[in-house]
Design a protein around this ligand. Structure first.
Ligand SMILES: [Zn+2]
Ligand SMILES: [Zn+2]
Length: 142
């Protein structure tokens, strides 16, 4: 099990599983959500996560037409996770978990990004990561 938290530690995360995949994302929404030029996230099963505290949600309809909700700490602003909301209103089980919340550097060392998505949004002075699959959009999940 690995643990993580937001900056002020009011929200804590326990993760017990192996990520489905791990992705650097260069999309517009990730930039705005995090204030950084790209993000690193794990795609995980919701059932493998335990979140304590009360993250605040922000919803947006993506260009794809999907409703996406992202969750962050309302006290310190750290983005924690996000997921697509199905037309029924139920969140998809697959969750995008922000890698930077984890305290365990060894876990992060062991989990290099497998893919880079929305790579057309990558700033010119950042190189593609060696060994990572390159995608213009979001590829189908393994
Ligand atoms: Zn916080
Ligand atoms: Zn993104």
């Amino acid at each position: 099990m690995v643990v993580g938290s937001c900056f002020c530690e009011k929200i804590r995360v326990e993760y017990n599983g192996e990520p489905i995949t791990s992705a650097l994302c260069h999309c517009h929404d990730c930039r705005k959500l995090t204030g950084t030029l790209f993000t690193y996230s794990f795609l995980v099963h919701w059932a493998d996560l335990k979140i304590s505290g009360n993250p605040k949600e922000v919803a947006k309809r993506a260009d794809s037409g999907n409703l996406v909700k992202n969750y962050f700490c309302s006290d310190c602003g750290t983005p924690i996770y996000g997921h697509k909301i199905q037309p029924s209103g139920i969140p998809e089980e697959i969750t995008v978990l922000r890698a930077g919340i984890f305290d365990d550097i060894e876990f992060l060392d062991r989990h290099k990004p497998k893919i880079e998505v929305y790579n057309v949004g990558r700033v010119k002075w950042v190189c593609p990561l060696e060994g990572a699959g390159q995608f213009v959009g979001m590829p189908p999940l393994p």
